[in-house]
Write a protein that binds this ligand. Structure first.
Ligand SMILES: Cc1cc2nc3c(=O)[nH]c(=O)nc-3n(C[C@H](O)[C@H](O)[C@H](O)COP(=O)(O)O)c2cc1C
Length: 363
């Protein structure tokens, strides 16, 4: 078999736990972000005379059957190791307090090592949080059964299940599971078997209209475009491997479709399959403030996913403050910047942002 087609290193529960710790250590401080390949430049038209009180701004957003207070979600990142559990607990407390959804990181480890289950469980600290599970679609080609994911979802009382698509990451990862052949029927089975909604997410390469169409056609409730411009899994896996792996990881740092261009491709497709929020598009990848999120919401994203900024707020708090306070400050930065962008563009509700959208150079 060609070396690029088979993983050089066999995956084991110990190795999977070690990999999760590597991911935390690398993302803590290293340069792991891609640069969004410039797309069209949109902005929100300013409103010089916003004739309403900022107190009447409405930032609520329906998604996957619940109404959240903000259009932000904490995208799935970690779990399964002790530090990951602590990070998740801090994130879950924030998510519950602010009434936003939160994702767990990949739970594959939980399937091979049931003892790791308690290291994913955040219900005991945040009983009411809207929690999304996480499994890699490619795992279905490597021995993970749809039934096992259904059981895992029940055991942790998850409110939704996110299935990640990460073809680029698996090609670079030293223990990568590289073969994505015929995964759609497994996703369809999962949608049929699970009592909770399924969301399918890319993790940094973006998503085209055609892929979104295939996913919505088997009944997924939402696609998260996971666009280029934020955390790069090519780079992170490159840093975990040998010299060749490192070179390949860097080569593909900026691979893919930006978050903005992915949203523009996928939103019209979602509309063909249903009315939002029943068929939703989530924008994730490189969102670093609420003003940027406002543009993606104006383009039709139902929610905006945030990963690295929240992760770093927890693992690298500034001197003298706790991880909890540091995360709270980051959340306030996102919510206040969104409110300012809404107010100063005259949008009282999130749905009103779309009428404020302008293309630079076309006034
Ligand atoms: C430390 C870390 C671990 C992650 N682990 C997972 C994972 O296990 N499963 C997954 O679907 N996405 C994972 N992601 C990807 C995020 O869900 C998200 O798609 C990505 O970070 C892009 O958002 P960002 O640019 O705001 O970080 C992880 C991200 C980070 C930063």
């Amino acid at each position: 078999m060609h070396p690029f087609e088979s993983a050089a290193i066999k995956d084991t529960p110990d190795r999977a736990a070690e990999r999760k710790q590597h991911h935390i250590d690398i993302c803590r401080t290293q340069n792991v972000e891609s640069r969004a390949v410039a797309g069209t430049e949109f902005f929100l038209a300013p409103e010089a005379l916003p004739e309403f009180s900022p107190d009447s701004l409405d930032t609520r957003r329906p998604f996957l059957g619940r109404t959240f207070s903000w259009p932000f979600l904490i995208t799935g990142m970690t779990g399964g190791v002790r530090e990951g559990q602590r990070i998740n607990e801090t994130l879950a407390l924030l998510a519950e307090r602010w009434n936003i959804p939160m994702g767990l990181g990949s739970q594959k480890l939980m399937l091979s090592d049931p003892a790791s289950r308690r290291l994913f469980d955040v219900r005991k600290v945040a009983p009411r949080v809207f929690l999304m599970g996480n499994i890699g679609a490619v795992s279905f080609n490597y021995g993970v059964a749809v039934d096992a994911v259904v059981r895992m979802t029940e055991q942790l009382e998850l409110n939704a299940c996110a299935v990640h698509l990460n073809a680029l990451q698996e090609q670079i990862q030293p223990e990568g599971e590289r073969n994505f052949d015929r995964l759609l029927p497994h996703i369809e089975q999962l949608v049929k078997r699970l009592p909770v909604p399924v969301i399918v997410k890319e993790v940094g390469s973006g998503m085209t209209a055609e892929t979104a169409r295939r996913l919505f056609s088997v009944g997924v409730a939402a696609v998260d475009v996971g666009g280029n411009g934020g955390t790069s899994w090519s780079v992170i896996e490159g840093k975990r491997g040998d010299v060749l792996t490192h070179r390949l990881g860097e080569l593909f740092r900026n691979w893919g479709l930006s978050t903005l261009d992915s949203v523009r491709e996928c939103v019209p497709v979602a509309k063909v399959f249903g009315v939002a929020p029943e068929r939703a598009v989530v924008a994730t990848g490189g969102i670093r403030d609420g003003a940027q999120a406002a543009v993606l919401l104006a383009l039709g994203a139902q929610m905006c996913g945030i990963g690295l900024p929240f992760f770093r707020a927890v693992v690298n708090p500034s001197d003298g403050i706790s991880p909890e306070d540091s995360l709270e400050q980051e959340m306030q930065f996102f919510t206040r910047s969104l409110r300012i962008a809404m107010y100063c563009s005259g949008a009282q509700k999130i749905d009103e942002l779309s009428s404020r959208l302008r293309l630079r150079g076309q006034q």
